[in-house]
Write a protein that binds this ligand. Structure first.
Ligand code: FAD
Ligand code: UDP
Length: 368
């Protein structure tokens, strides 16, 4: 009856790494995905010779040497460094917040001048202990940057005003008193030459894979097919929302092929005022220094999430984290199901977190 050791629900990074490592150790795996392609949100597709990041810009970055070496077994990475620009009402600023941003905004030249300007604005705000994203942002970079570069973007992204959002979201962004536009502080960074899909293809080579297969539509049959399940879909859906629904944030992607070789001169341009409904435009060719005659751009529109929509971001505020903790209690009691990845663990993970988590999980599992 049991044809497989593991049924792996989801062919994203978590599921694919688990499947690869378990297969290497002689375990028989079946990977299913409800989408019509492998890779989850890192999926890329070639259009006119350009590798298009179908689910938004994916820039690989990590300080974990083991993760960096691991992922390079599956692709060669280029030297791409993410340095988005932010557009606010026809003004252009460098991201993340650094000396170039401060200079453009206030004309300050030295770190000392920039720090003094920010200090002055923090003092004026009267905030001592930041309690939400708005207060956290003002305490990090002052009111001017908050108003122009954070407030509108964040409200669009999360569908709530900044004073109703948790501060950890903004702490993802570095604030730097050097002239350095690198978005990430990590030691290693790059884009896989040829896109991300090849990585997943290599991981899943020789493993049984079923696309267009939703776990919940075939649950009875699938639960019988394997000794254990690795589940990387939504944990609340797995438990039939028995404690209520977790909240997610969704996105709509609007892709366009343009008859020009260079549309915006940068891979990522953020649109920071609230009135523009998208948060960023990605020009994919720049991730790989493409020289094609044409270009592909994607506008990213944040949107509310309802059942059936793609749950791109978990909303890790207090209410949802408490609800998740209750689902996790159920998960901890399972001996035949393992939950992993962004949706299975309900966490705002980057790729490197997911790789690290998957490697630890599979190691732990196979050593049992
Ligand atoms: P996923 O990639 O979501 O894979 C889960 C898979 O499970 C999906 O393919 C889904 O179809 C499938 N599935 C779900 N439910 C079912 C079901 N019931 N039956 C069958 N299949 C199911 N990280 C970075 O490090 N750098 C970045 O620049 C970056 N940019 C991002 C930009 C955006 C817009 C988003 C949304 C994420 C970004 N990330 C980035 C995060 C990155 O995408 C994730 O960390 C990573 O892809 C998560 O892998 P995963 O396997 O956990 O989940
Ligand atoms: N953010 C902002 N202005 C920007 C870019 C980001 O205010 O120009 C805030 C916003 O709240 C966002 C958070 O910083 O959700 C994290 O940004 P990041 O680029 O890491 O978001 P992701 O790539 O995960 O969507």
């Amino acid at each position: 009856m049991k044809t497989y050791d593991y049924l792996i629900v989801g062919s994203g990074l978590f599921g694919s790494i688990f499947a690869y490592e378990a297969s290497q150790k002689g375990k028989k795996c079946l990977v299913i995905d409800k989408r019509n392609h492998i890779g989850g949100n890192v999926y890329t597709k070639e259009i006119e010779g350009i590798n298009v990041h179908k689910y938004g810009a994916h820039i690989f970055h990590t300080s974990n040497k083991e993760v960096w070496e691991y992922i390079q077994k599956f692709a060669e990475f280029n030297r791409y460094t993410n340095s988005p620009i932010a557009k606010y009402k026809n003004e252009i600023y460098n991201m993340p917040f650094n000396m170039n941003t401060f200079n453009k905004l206030w004309g300050v030249i030295t770190p000392k001048e920039a720090k003094a300007k920010i200090e002055e604005q923090i003092k004026e705000s009267g905030i001592i202990e930041p309690k939400n994203l708005e207060e956290q942002a003002i305490s990090l970079v002052g009111k001017d940057i908050y108003e122009k570069l954070i407030k509108g973007y964040t409200q669009k992204q999360w569908g709530r005003p900044c004073h109703e959002l948790p501060s950890f979201i903004i702490k993802r962004l570095p604030v730097r008193f050097t002239y350095d536009n690198n978005y990430f502080n990590d030691l290693y960074q790059g884009i896989p030459i040829g896109g991300y899909t090849q990585i997943i293809e290599k991981m899943l080579k020789g493993i049984d894979v079923r696309m267009n297969c939703d776990f919940f539509e075939h649950r009875e049959e699938l639960e019988k097919i394997a000794h254990k399940i690795v589940f990387t879909g939504m944990i609340d859906e797995y438990y039939d929302y028995c404690y209520g629904e977790l909240e997610y944030r969704s996105l709509k992607f609007e892709e366009e092929l343009l008859d020009t070789d260079n549309y915006q001169g940068n891979a990522v341009v953020n649109y920071n005022e609230y009135e523009i409904p998208y948060t960023r435009i990605i020009e994919h060719k720049h991730f790989e220094y493409g020289q094609q005659d044409k270009t592909v751009i994607t506008r990213e529109y944040p949107s509310s999430w309802q059942k059936g929509d793609e749950p791109y971001y978990p909303m890790n505020d207090e209410r949802n984290n408490e609800l998740y903790a209750r689902y996790k209690e159920l998960a901890d009691k399972e001996d035949k199901v393992i939950f992993g990845g962004r949706l299975g663990m309900y966490k705002y993970f980057d790729m490197h977190h997911v790789i690290d988590g998957a490697l630890k999980c599979v190691k732990n599992e196979l050593e049992k």
